[in-house]
Write a protein that binds this ligand. Structure first.
Ligand SMILES: Nc1ncnc2c1ncn2[C@@H]1O[C@H](COP(=O)(O)OP(=O)(O)OP(=O)(O)O)[C@@H](O)[C@H]1O
Length: 249
């Protein structure tokens, strides 16, 4: 479904991604973990065409050209950001926020789709007439997820989608994302610094350090502490998230 090969990104003389290679199968959740500054967000931004890059990014065996992304791309791939307050327009009603992508993609049954998408993320219809500042952080992230999914993309790319939320709300949103993936056979790429989140959500993960993928593994490697690379072992040892993983196991 997604095939990234020899991806390189530089900002001026500073090369921040070095030969990144990974594949994500349809219906899979692929995690990216690593310290702050390791290049996780830069990979997502390259996929979304938000920064210049070299190398190849293929979606369903079709290479994306340069860093430009067209309407057909956004029909297939959508992004959910860390901060729902920053990613949805603060002065637009929820109805307008959810309707806009439908108009852009030339859907006709807009009202029915808006109501259905609110229902799917656990918000009732009355939310249509509210504004972002009237919602809690968790409700705003539900709206951001509804907006990302309203045009029925196949792929969601997510950058720390729960880290701006209260701990009590984080698992609700993660469970919602997990359920939606299973219901719709969606493909996810999920960035998180929290190994417990990645272990809970992902089928496979890549450990990153300084713009390089150090090791790819399945979540059971986190549970069994059987990472191969010394850096991955250190990251797992150092992670509070890993303690949570151990407790949950
Ligand atoms: N627009 C930019 N201009 C210059 N340097 C940038 C830019 N965006 C990112 N970088 C640099 O690229 C490197 C990787 O950043 P990136 O945000 O991808 O890391 P990250 O792993 O997502 O970190 P975090 O977990 O803190 O979000 C960092 O050194 C960062 O300073």
């Amino acid at each position: 479904m997604i095939n990234v090969s020899n991806l390189n990104v530089s900002f001026g003389a500073n090369q921040v991604l070095h030969n990144i290679n990974f594949k994500v199968a349809a219906g899979e959740c692929y995690g990216l973990v690593g310290e702050s500054g390791s290049g996780k967000s830069t990979i997502l931004k390259a996929i979304m065409g938000l920064n210049k890059h070299t190398g190849t990014i293929e979606i369903e065996n079709t290479p994306l050209v340069n860093h430009k992304r067209d309407k057909a791309f956004y029909r297939k791939v959508q992004m959910v950001f860390q901060d729902p307050y920053g990613s949805i327009h603060p002065k637009h009603s929820i109805d307008r926020i959810l309707s806009e992508p439908l108009y852009i993609q030339k859907f006709t049954d807009i009202e029915a789709r808006v109501c259905k998408s609110l229902e799917e993320v656990g918000l009732n219809r009355s939310f249509r007439y509210r504004f972002p500042h009237q919602l809690s952080g968790g409700q705003r992230q539900r709206v951001a997820i509804a907006r990302a999914l309203i045009t029925e993309p196949q792929i969601l790319v997510m950058d720390e989608p729960t880290s701006a939320l209260d701990v009590s709300v984080q698992s609700e949103i993660l469970n919602l994302l997990d359920d939606l993936r299973k219901e719709r056979n969606l493909t996810y790429i999920l960035v998180s610094h929290n190994l417990a989140v990645i272990a809970h959500m992902c089928d496979k993960l890549a450990v990153m350090n300084r713009g390089v993928i150090i090791e790819e593994m399945t979540p059971d490697v986190l549970f069994t502490k059987s990472a191969k690379a010394p850096y991955s072992r250190e990251l797992i040892q150092a992670s509070h998230g890993y303690e949570a993983v151990e407790k949950a196991a």
